[in-house]
Design a protein around this ligand. Structure first.
Ligand code: NAD
Length: 314
């Protein structure tokens, strides 16, 4: 089996690549905008591995990369919801148009399988928590969430119109080694500058569920192997949540640092488009036979330890 992994040099994509090279041929397509060559360098020189440094907005490059591919894992996107506040077309281009380019190139190349990294942000601010996959209407509150929902729509319509089989994964917050953005990374960067104080966006009560990156990748592959509808949609997360203040406490405990003063910016969310509380129902993938091995705080503590090792002394 030959896999094309868009965004394969990124945080989640590179862990997926580590798994897929064990079982098949892998082509990574990444423009290194937020991904890093060092995350995939250990595969350079392998017969079953190829890295294409190119942009998904370059249609010819995407088309060329599809040669001989059996399945696409489309993981590339702008990863940061906050960019959309400043640059209102970034998610349209890196999310929606990039996804269209992938699908159209697949259609032209006759490739029939795609897995997609969507997000809990498609649900907006759901009134039902934990939120199941069939919750509606989906009304995202960020441009990032809008582009994920548009991506899902394009993928499901290509599936119906051109007989593709698709797996759409709505991730909770993914954490762990090689993380380059998100709450742990932000807090470490701030504490490196000033270990006596930590600015916390919002009032600290924002609550979300967290999943280790290796478990996320495990669940994606499990779904592809075990779910056989034409359009398969799964939430990927665990059953509970942790709030931002507790994350700060776990980080301070693990560093360890004493007497860090937490300064809250206030309000119920960190930024416009942030959802104060989101927990995904993982019941559907649990019923299929996959379950997260850690709750949110256990996952957070593991990810914090590994992120300290990776970033604290840099
Ligand atoms: P990441 O930034 O590490 O990975 C994204 C990768 O895509 C990077 O390697 C980047 O260089 C590449 N990329 C971006 N635009 C590109 C383009 N136009 N052409 C080619 N490559 C391009 O982020 P991540 O956290 O690993 O996220 C991976 C996917 O999972 C994204 O689609 C993201 O939206 C989704 N997701 C992540 C989380 C999370 O908690 N990290 C949660 C929900 C969804």
């Amino acid at each position: 089996m030959k896999y094309l992994v868009t965004g394969g040099a990124g945080f989640i994509g590179s862990h997926l690549v580590d798994r897929l090279v064990e079982v098949g041929e892998v082509v990574v397509f990444d423009n290194l905008s937020s991904g890093k060559e060092k995350f995939i360098q250990h595969h350079f020189g392998k017969d079953n591995f190829e890295f294409i440094n190119a942009d998904l907005l370059d249609k010819d490059a995407v088309q060329a990369a599809m040669a001989g591919v059996d399945m696409v894992y489309h993981i590339a996107a702008n990863p940061d919801i906050r960019y959309g506040i400043e640059y209102t077309d970034v998610d349209l281009k890196q999310g929606t148009i990039a996804t269209y380019n992938v699908l159209e190139s697949m259609r032209l190349a006759g490739i029939g399988k795609i897995a997609f990294s969507s997000s809990s942000t498609i649900y907006g601010e759901p009134t039902e928590v934990p939120v199941p996959e069939d919750y509606g209407p989906s009304l995202p509150i960020s441009l990032y969430g809008a582009s994920k929902l548009a991506g899902e729509g394009l993928i499901s319509s290509f599936a119906s119109t051109f007989d593709m089989q698709v797996w759409i994964y709505r991730f909770a917050n993914i954490i762990g080694s090689r993380g380059t953005h998100g709450v742990i990374f932000d807090f470490i960067e701030k504490l490196k500058k000033n270990p006596a104080e930590l600015e916390i966006l919002g009032d600290g009560s924002q609550s979300k569920s967290y999943l280790l990156v290796q478990e996320c990748v495990d669940a994606m592959i499990f779904g592809v192997e075990n779910a056989d509808e034409n359009v398969n949609v799964f939430n990927l997360g665990c059953d509970d949540w942790i709030n931002v203040s507790r994350i700060a406490e776990v980080l301070v405990e693990e560093l360890p640092l004493d007497d860090v003063k937490f300064n809250y910016t206030g309000g119920d969310r960190g930024w416009k488009g942030d959802v104060p509380k989101i927990v995904l129902s993982a019941a559907k993938i649990n019923t299929l036979g996959w379950k997260a091995g850690h709750n949110s705080e256990e996952a957070m503590r593991k990810a914090v330890k590994v992120s300290i090792a990776e970033y604290w002394n840099q």
